[in-house]
Each structure stands twice: as structure tokens, then as C-alpha cells.
Design a binder for this molecule. Structure first.
Ligand code: DCP
Ligand code: MG
Length: 343
């Protein structure tokens, strides 16, 4: 008993060591996150990467303290004024909400790893990663159960999963299969937008109307055609805009789909529970969420989204983890992050 108490009292510095490769990806829900953090921490201690992460950590703490001090100085009158400003902005945005389109985001499952398994079926069911000892491009879902993921150094992945099989990258092969998927996408939206080799955004409004068919049915059909053409599975999200469709395609990965109906209440409820990390600074979020996000961009290290710094400030200073909480604290965000008042 004494022993376990003293063990739990021991410092655990890895608990605050969050890096891009301790973040979860699809297929990593049951992972022992503390173990992954400890291994990543211990194996990267002393490296340049580690020193850089530590520097970032100090910067985050300073920014959190600075923001806390500024928030404490706000008077009730300030907050009530900025609450009105926030409410007005939200109303303005609400009036521009467009629920008339149906977007589909499609994303291949464990793409490079799945292609490698097609050419070497003996890899099926075994934990494998595409990449090298220095860097992994992706890992299959068997490997993800051990906490192995894209953007993780291979030597750390091997520590997490000693039986991990490494396969070198072969872009020619991935491009070949990517082109096959694009031929299928073209049939549903000739103007589809590819994002890299393994994902695309399709406006399926017209094809749904022409064929009197739902977005869900199109998604089923498209996924089954992609499988027929390539032997690879993919996942899809269907929603009123691109950003939401992208968030939706991750929900039932692998080989699944999720549909968010073109209904105001459904969209509001869905956005409310979204973790702030999912918010991307994109034209898209403006129509589905709220403009306050733009103000946060100033503090962001990660171009294009709410990165680690902003996420920490929002969580530690304001207790904000979801988009709903962000709306509730609109007055604080408005005054502290607006261009005119940000320090
Ligand atoms: N990729 C990479 N480096 C990264 C992330 C991804 O080289 N840091 C490559 C390998 C992936 C492909 O891009 O196979 C697609 O990336 P995804 O994020 O879609 O990951 P996967 O398709 O591998 O897995 P899933 O989409 O099932 O989560
Ligand atoms: Mg993918």
C-alpha cells in the first residue's frame, strides 16, 4: 500500500509532454495514452526536438499567465459590452448560414499502408508502418492500437510495438491508386477538389438532385465503387459544408461514413460538442461557426487551425474545450483576442 502510494506520488513529467505524435488519430481510442506519452518522453529526452518542445512549453506558460492577468482586469461593464458585440457577430453570421449544399469528403483508410498491403497480402492483420526508423508516414489500424501513428519517429514506434513491420515509401504506387480513386470522384463532381493523394471534397448537391438520391446513398455507392476499382477502403462524411464534411469523414473510420443533415438544429448541436482542435481557420468555418475564431489566429503557431498554444490558452485560462464553450465565453474572446485590443 505504502509502495503504491509513493509510486503515485512520483513526478510524472511526461504527463504534460504532448506532441504531434501523442495526439490520437482514427483507430487509437483504446490506446494507453499515458504509456505512449511516457515512451515518447523518455525516448526523445535530450534531443533537439525535445529541447524545442520544452521551449514551446515555456512560451505557452508565459502566454497563459499573460492572458490570465489581462482577463482578471476586465470589469463587469467591459464584459457586458463585449458580450453584446459577440452576440451581434454571431447573429450576423447566423444570417449567412447556407444549408443548401451537400458536400462529401472522402478520405482513404490508412492509405499508404493499405496500398502496401494490396501488393503484399502477407502484411494483412499484422502491425505495420510505412516509413523508416527516423519517420513514419502512416501506420495501419493494427499498429495504431499500440499508439503508433503518422509523423512519429520509427524508433519510438518500434519501442511501442516491438513486432512492428516497416515498409519503405513508394510514391509511384500511391499516385497510381490515387489516380484510380479520382476517376471515381469525377463521376460525382467533375470539379471535385483533391487534397493530397488520399482525400477529396465533392459537391454532390447536383447529383443528389438529378438522381433523387440522398447524400448517404451517394456516399455508400462512391465508397463501394472506389473499393471495386482499387481494392482499398475509404471513409466519407456528408454535410452542408466542406469543413463539416471533413470532420464527419473521420467519425466512422475505417470503412465507414457519417451524415450530418442539412438542418440548422442538427448542425448547431454537432458543432457545439466539437473539440476546439477541430476548428480550422478556413472560409468554411465562417459559415458554420463564428467569426471570433479569426481573432484567435494571431496567437496561433499552427497556421490553419487552433494549434497547441491557442488550445492551451483557451483550456487553461477560460476552461474552453468545445465550440459551445467558446460561444459561451464569447465576451472574453472578443475583448482579449480582437485586433484592436490584443497586446
Ligand atoms: N502522410 C504522411 N505524413 C503525415 C501524414 C500523412 O506522409 N504526417 C501520408 C500517409 C498517409 C496519407 O498521407 O497514408 C494520408 O494521410 P491520412 O492522414 O489520411 O492518414 P491515413 O490515410 O494513413 O489514415 P486514416 O485516414 O485512415 O486515418
Ligand atoms: Mg486517409
Amino acid at each position: 500500500m505504502e509502495e503504491s502510494e509513493s509510486a503515485s506520488d512520483k513526478p510524472r513529467p511526461w504527463q504534460s509532454y504532448h506532441t504531434v505524435y501523442t495526439n490520437a488519430k482514427a483507430g487509437m481510442n483504446g490506446v494507453d495514452q499515458e504509456k505512449v506519452q511516457r515512451v515518447v518522453y523518455e525516448m526523445s529526452k535530450g534531443s533537439k526536438y525535445f529541447e524545442n518542445e520544452e521551449r514551446k512549453e515555456v512560451l505557452i506558460r508565459q502566454k497563459v499567465e499573460h492572458m490570465r492577468a489581462r482577463a482578471a482586469k476586465l470589469s463587469a461593464a467591459d464584459l457586458s459590452h463585449y458580450q453584446k458585440v459577440a452576440d451581434k457577430r454571431i447573429l450576423e453570421l447566423e444570417s449567412t448560414r447556407d444549408l443548401s449544399r451537400v458536400w462529401l469528403h472522402v478520405d482513404m483508410d490508412a492509405f499508404y499502408a493499405a496500398v502496401e498491403t494490396l501488393s503484399n497480402p502477407s502484411l494483412k492483420g499484422k502491425p505495420m508502418a510505412v516509413g523508416s526508423m527516423s519517420m513514419i508516414s502512416t501506420a495501419n489500424y493494427e499498429a495504431r492500437k499500440f499508439g503508433v501513428r503518422a509523423a512519429m519517429p520509427g524508433f519510438i514506434a518500434r519501442k511501442l510495438c516491438p513486432d512492428l513491420i516497416f515498409v519503405p515509401t513508394d510514391f509511384k504506387k500511391y499516385t497510381y491508386y490515387s489516380d484510380l480513386t479520382k476517376k471515381v470522384f469525377w463521376d460525382y463532381d467533375p470539379n471535385f477538389m483533391a487534397a493530397g493523394l488520399d482525400e477529396a471534397y465533392l459537391d454532390i448537391t447536383k447529383v443528389c438532385e438529378e438522381r433523387s438520391i440522398t447524400g448517404a446513398e451517394i456516399a455508400e455507392e462512391l465508397r463501394s465503387r472506389v473499393y471495386g476499382e482499387t481494392g482499398l477502403t475509404c471513409s466519407a462524411g456528408v454535410a452542408p459544408n466542406r469543413l463539416l464534411a471533413k470532420v464527419c469523414s473521420d467519425i466512422n473510420k475505417p470503412n465507414g461514413q457519417f451524415v450530418l443533415p442539412n438542418d440548422r438544429m442538427a448542425v448547431m448541436t454537432f458543432i457545439s460538442s466539437l473539440p476546439i482542435r477541430k476548428v480550422f481557420f478556413d472560409q468554411l468555418i465562417l459559415s458554420s461557426c463564428f467569426k471570433l475564431c479569426w481573432r484567435l489566429r494571431k496567437l496561433n503557431l499552427q497556421i490553419g487551425g487552433i494549434g497547441k498554444v491557442t488550445e492551451n490558452i483557451l483550456k487553461d485560462v477560460f476552461g474552453i474545450s468545445t465550440c459551445e464553450e467558446m460561444l459561451q465565453k464569447g465576451s472574453f474572446l472578443c475583448v482579449l483576442f480582437s485586433h484592436s485590443s490584443a497586446g
